[in-house]
Design a protein around this ligand. Structure first.
Ligand SMILES: Cc1cc2nc3c(=O)[nH]c(=O)nc-3n(C[C@H](O)[C@H](O)[C@H](O)COP(=O)(O)OP(=O)(O)OC[C@H]3O[C@@H](n4cnc5c(N)ncnc54)[C@H](O)[C@@H]3O)c2cc1C
Length: 445
């Protein structure tokens, strides 16, 4: 194991774990400070999660919603990048441990994001498709396309229906947006490409544990979203609590079973496990419990931000969304600057920028500054916000071209199964070669 020692210059070394919204915001804020910033990420790219579901629904290419970290850092002269996974943090020794490095720091900003929460539902971790990373989205897209390929030549009607039933667990923004995009994919381009399929065999099922979708929005917007989803042919089950998932479908608390080869889990989120493996103080949602200044208790040189940190405002934890991460990244960096000038860090003040969710083409809901918007106007707002927040001029242009293609011509730009071996599990399963083995379950991820 090599030891990456402190910079021999007198400049302080700030290490940021995670090149997501929070980590990049911190690095940008430190750009002109007399520090050396090192960003570490397990991926060499930044992901714009808000459009992951469009990659899974074959609407956008993966590279259109991601951007190389090194290219982003070109404009930040005091920042460098190291690709790798941080496995453990030794807070007392001020050292990060990676597979082949030990990195020392003077200040540390933890922005490692979040992971899926399964609430102990039996079989969920093994059998569902997640939608948290670019890898997840590509695996899901491949699987959906493989199911369609298989269904077209499947003689058994029951197996065919299972292949064509897509169950989404979780009626929050990601579940709602993915259900809408998937329904449009199925009713539009897919039916043109697979003329032998019977459209009535295709089901998009949205399972929501509570009694409304988008529960964080006002009731008028929730009701609008529900009606709109149902008008699109999506079967929305409210108060439908998943109790078990197998490779053949989802069991619900009321005893019913939804047969499906594709169960997508968008129901829960928790802080990244790095917090627990490093012995950091965590709240019930697996996030690091921080002081109002975003510092980790007992370690004034360590900050936790974004999805990785738990901070409450008015008795509620800040949401797992990009605005808190961006604002906290800037605030943590400013506090480090203050510490360098021997001033006390300031408490973080969150400014809520509102919520947005799209429900298929030309419809969305928005709650901004306590004002409610729905329908086409909200959708235009949604488009503008997402284009504005995408990193890279090229990505913005490509996404707008793909959207125009989709929204105006009712066509999807990409429907390639890559790599082609992705379909092997669907084929083997359907031909009865595989039973519900751990190997099969794992290979879905
Ligand atoms: C499908 C989906 C849709 C979403 N839609 C929206 C939306 O519409 N609007 C919105 O505001 N928010 C949305 N979010 C949430 C938003 O993306 C997150 O809240 C935001 O990304 C949090 O920023 P962050 O910097 O804390 O973490 P992230 O952006 O997740 O970045 C964390 C980074 O840390 C890296 N990392 C993690 N662990 C390690 C490790 N051990 N070693 C090295 N690197 C590590 C990861 O690779 C990642 O790059 C969505 C999230 C998902 C999954």
């Amino acid at each position: 194991m090599s030891n990456v020692n402190r910079n021999p210059s007198a400049r302080h070394k700030v290490v940021i774990v995670g090149a997501g919204f929070g980590g990049l915001s911190a690095a940008r804020t430190l750009a002109r400070s007399p520090v050396d910033t090192l960003i570490i990420d397990r991926n060499n790219y930044h992901t714009f999660h808000a459009l992951l579901y469009q990659v899974a629904a074959a609407e956008l290419e993966p590279e259109e919603i991601s951007y190389p970290v090194r290219t982003i850092l070109r404009g930040i002269p005091n920042a460098s990048f190291l690709m790798g996974r941080v496995e453990r943090i030794d807070l007392d020794a001020k050292t990060l441990h990676m597979a082949s490095h030990a990195i020392q720091y003077d200040y540390l900003i933890l922005a490692a994001g979040s992971t899926t929460r399964f609430f102990g539902v039996e079989g969920a971790a093994e059998n569902v498709f997640e939608l948290k990373t670019l890898d997840n989205a590509i695996a899901l897209r491949n699987h959906i396309l493989c199911c369609l390929e298989q269904a077209e030549s499947e003689p058994d009607a029951e197996v065919r229906r299972r292949l064509l039933t897509f169950a989404i667990v979780g009626g929050g923004p990601t579940g709602v947006e993915f259900a809408g995009a998937l329904a449009e994919l199925m009713r539009g381009p897919i039916m043109k490409d697979y003329p032998a399929l019977n459209p009535s065999d295709v089901r998009v099922v949205l399972l929501q544990a509570v009694d409304s979708v988008l529960p964080d929005l006002p009731s008028r917007l929730r009701n609008y979203a529900l009606q709109r989803l149902r008008r699109m042919g999506i079967e929305v089950f409210l108060s439908a609590v998943a109790t078990g998932v197998t490779s053949e479908g989802v069991h619900l608390k009321d005893g019913s079973f939804i047969p499906s080869r594709t169960v997508v889990w968008t129901a829960g989120v928790r802080g990244d496990s790095l917090a627990e493996t490093s012995g950091l103080p965590v709240a019930g949602d697996g996030r690091v419990q921080v002081l109002p200044s975003l510092q980790v208790p007992g370690h004034p040189e360590v900050y936790a931000i974004g999805d990785f940190s738990h901070l409450e405002k008015d008795g509620h934890a800040l949401p797992f969304t990009a605005p808190p991460a961006i604002q906290e990244g800037a605030a943590a960096a400013l506090n480090i600057k203050r510490q360098l000038q021997n001033s006390d860090p300031l408490p973080f003040q969150y400014r809520d920028k509102g919520s947005l969710a799209t429900i298929g083409r030309f419809a969305a809901v928005a709650y901004v500054g306590r004002r409610e918007f729905r329908g086409f106007g909200a959708w235009v707002l949604w488009l503008g916000v997402h284009i504005f927040n995408l990193i890279g001029f090229r990505n913005r242009i490509l996404v707008m071209v793909d959207w125009a293609w989709d929204f105006l011509l009712y066509e999807r730009a990409v429907r390639l199964i890559l790599p082609s071996e992705s379909c092997q599990n669907v084929h083997r399963r359907t031909s009865g070669e595989l039973e519900q083995t751990p190997e099969y379950s794992r290979s879905l991820h």
